[in-house]
Design a protein around this ligand. Structure first.
Ligand code: IVH
Length: 669
């Protein structure tokens, strides 16, 4: 087997998977398949370090630590946009356009992504440099940090030399997770996704940027002319064809009424997006007309940004409540006189921590301004001291835990105060909620309310108790009928067979997130093996750092943890990894090694999932659509267009029986 060829194939396949996953939002393989190939890539790279280039998927995780950011001059300036705040501003804009280019004009309407503008330079299709906008003429070189954004291709699908521009941003989901994590770690939280994205891209340690799950939408080329397109809309389509991520919610509008309808639609729907938008960008579509309009010093005349009205409201801060999180961090929460904000009623808002409350001089009883921080969690942004009556009270964090009364501590370098009593009921309750949650043990029908109910009735004290709940006791609870009790018990029962990573994540071991839990489960396969691992063994694992290794060792040393794990074991909770993995099949038997296989039609002998698992086991990967890149199509009965396409492209077609030949004999797996 030619290792170099295999190495290049893996890169090609991983790049394609990333493209499907991150750009098309249409993954065709399981994460485990990706991880497996990545492991193989890493092994090859360890063996041949001289093969590794910046373009390898392995380089996406960061690692480089920079000393500072070089300056980058934008040969074609990165312009900003003039703002419109109402219909009249937009009508004026349209009038100016019509006066110059005539009535025959159309506009591209796009979402105005609230992130930060960046430029990406490609040379012969290869990613060469990425920069911030800076002042429009000179920005900073953030090539390495941008490389960690998975949707940015390291290689375009055609060898263009172009400079593309777009908005890097942090998805709302990542923002919420990041702040939760920062709160747990006692670090100051980011005020909104834009700040978080900007902060991430300005990190000198590229690993940090890599961990922040940033994303990007490209919306322009420095000079579209070079691409041979005549309209902005065709230019964006072309960017998509090159493998770049563009925002698909764009729309060409022929009249101002259509523009207004688009604005209205997104004013309503913006909350449903997984990223913040702060307005709508309207661009004259015809590139020749754009040229005719020209630009002012900082802004083009052919485009305008409609800005959504600010989402702030004034209300009264009634009191400050304290919440104790799963890791013991005590957070102050503002209880507000309910107020309307961006279409919802807000009665609680985050205050983050005591330092921030004092910095902003926020007192109980104050009139305060609340804002939807990044449309997600409402936040108190300032107080209005002029409206004070003299009865306002300065807030101080208590010295003891509001839930268990034990003394609160401030860990080194942390802003947050923590309760470190492992028996604190508030922490236990949050830990239980985490254990049953969707990404952990995924126990259906056991939401936060039921957990709290079980906990307050003392039916559960730790996670193992869930597996010893009795039907009789459950039936005694309020709102618990025969049916819901049966369903609940069944869900709990089902969760026993979860693969190890869910349990690991669910246990809430400090610093062990979902991804780390999966890495650990894949590597160690059983809880016992993981328990037995020392710090050195743990840190040998890719992605497991010192901090996590220490945390795991400390966790498994704890007597109470031993007791808990024994109880879980006694309950019959699975403690092994049962997810997919490459079997020990000799290389020559991997008939589909590196091959892309498409399944189509109805299979009679096995389920589609079994067929997929079999193909993967034989080294192949299963894709959803037939293209030139497909190596084999397996067609069952009534196969339709995919089969026709395979025949057109001359791709080998297998029958289900052909595939069955490779099924292992009974008892082999
Ligand atoms: S076009 C010459 N399109 O908004 C025109 N900008 O307030 C260059 N932005 O600096 C910008 N989404 O950072 C354009 N779909 C979009 C955008 C967008 C967000 C940002 C961009 C720009 C700022 C202007």
């Amino acid at each position: 087997m030619d290792e170099k060829k295999r190495y290049e194939d893996i890169i090609r396949i991983l790049d394609e998977y990333s493209y499907e996953y991150y750009v098309m939002d249409n993954p065709t393989v399981e994460d485990a398949e990706y991880d497996k190939l990545m492991q193989e890539l890493l092994q090859l790279e360890a063996k041949h370090p001289d093969w590794v280039t910046n373009e390898s998927p392995s380089q996406r995780v960061g690692g480089e630590v920079l000393e500072g950011f070089e300056k980058v001059e934008h040969k074609i300036p990165m312009l900003s946009l003039a703002n419109a705040f109402n219909e009249q501003d937009l009508l004026d804009f349209d009038r100016r356009v019509r006066e110059k280019v005539g009535e025959d004009r159309e506009y591209m309407c796009e979402l105005k992504i609230d992130g930060l503008a960046v430029s990406l330079e490609y040379e012969n299709g290869h990613y060469k440099r990425g920069a911030t906008r800076g002042d429009g003429s000179v920005g900073e070189d953030i090539t390495a940090n941008l490389r960690t954004i998975r949707s940015i291709p390291m290689k375009l699908k055609e060898p263009f030399s172009i400079e593309v521009r777009g908005e890097a941003y942090m998805p709302k989901r990542s923002f919420v997770k990041l702040n939760e994590k920062r709160e747990e770690d006692g670090l100051p939280e980011f005020a909104n996704p834009r700040n978080a994205a900007a902060g991430s891209l300005r990190q000198l340690d590229t690993k940090i940027a890599a961990s922040r799950n940033l994303d990007i939408f490209l919306y322009a080329v420095a000079d579209f002319g070079e691409m041979g397109v005549l309209r902005h809309s065709d230019g964006l389509d072309k960017l998509g064809e090159l493998g770049l991520r563009t925002n698909k919610e764009r729309r060409v509008c022929k009249t101002m009424d259509e523009v207004f309808a688009y604005i209205e639609e997104w004013t309503q729907k913006r909350e449903s997006l997984d990223y913040d938008i702060d307005g709508i960008v309207i661009k004259l579509n015809d590139l020749a007309q754009q040229e005719e309009m020209g630009a002012r010093i900082k802004t083009p005349r052919w485009s305008i940004a409609y800005k959504f009205p600010a989402e702030e409201a004034e209300t009264k801060l009634e009191k400050i409540e304290l919440n104790v999180g799963r890791t013991g961090v005590v957070t102050p929460t503002a209880v507000l006189d309910p107020v309307q904000l961006a279409g919802t009623t807000v009665s609680r808002a985050s205050l983050h921590n005591e330092d921030l409350i004092h910095e902003k001089d926020i007192r109980v009883g104050d009139t305060v301004v609340v804002k939807k921080a990044g449309d997600i969690i409402p936040e108190v942004i300032r107080s209005i001291p002029e409206k004070r009556t003299g009865n306002e009270v300065t807030f101080h964090m208590p010295e003891t835990c509001p839930a268990c009364g034990s003394e609160l501590v401030r860990l080194e370098e942390e802003v947050a105060l923590r309760c470190i009593n492992p028996k604190c009921p508030a922490q236990i309750k949050e830990g239980l909620i985490h254990f049953v949650s969707r990404n952990a043990m995924n126990i259906d029908g056991l939401g936060e309310k039921v957990v709290v109910q079980l906990f307050s009735h003392q039916l559960i004290h730790d996670v193992a108790d869930l597996y010893f709940l009795s039907r009789e006791k459950l039936l005694e609870l309020e709102r618990m009928g025969e049916k819901s009790v049966s369903n609940l018990l069944q869900s709990i029962e089902n969760s026993k067979s979860n693969s190890l990573e869910r349990l690991l994540f669910g246990l809430g071991i400090r610093h062990v997130g979902e991804k780390a839990a999966r890495t650990l489960a894949l590597k160690f396969e059983t809880m016992d093996a993981l328990r037995a691992a020392d710090k050195e063994t743990l840190t040998e694992t890719a992605d497991i750092g010192e901090k996590m290794a220490d945390s795991l060792v400390t966790y498994f040393e704890n007597e109470e943890v031993h007791a808990l794990l024994s109880e879980l074991e006694r309950a019959g909770v699975n403690m092994t990894y049962t997810g997919p993995r490459r079997e020990d099949i000799p290389e020559e038997d991997l008939v589909f090694a590196g091959k892309t296989v498409v399944l189509t039609g109805k299979l009679e002998q096995m389920t589609r999932n079994d067929a997929k698992a079999l193909i993967e086991k034989l080294g192949g990967n299963v894709s959803g659509s037939v293209s030139k890149k497909t190596d084999v199509v397996v067609a069952g009965s009534d196969a339709g267009s995919k089969l026709t396409k395979a025949e057109e492209l001359g791709i080998p077609v297998w029958s289900e029986l052909d595939l069955m030949e490779y099924l292992p004999d009974e008892g082999e797996i």
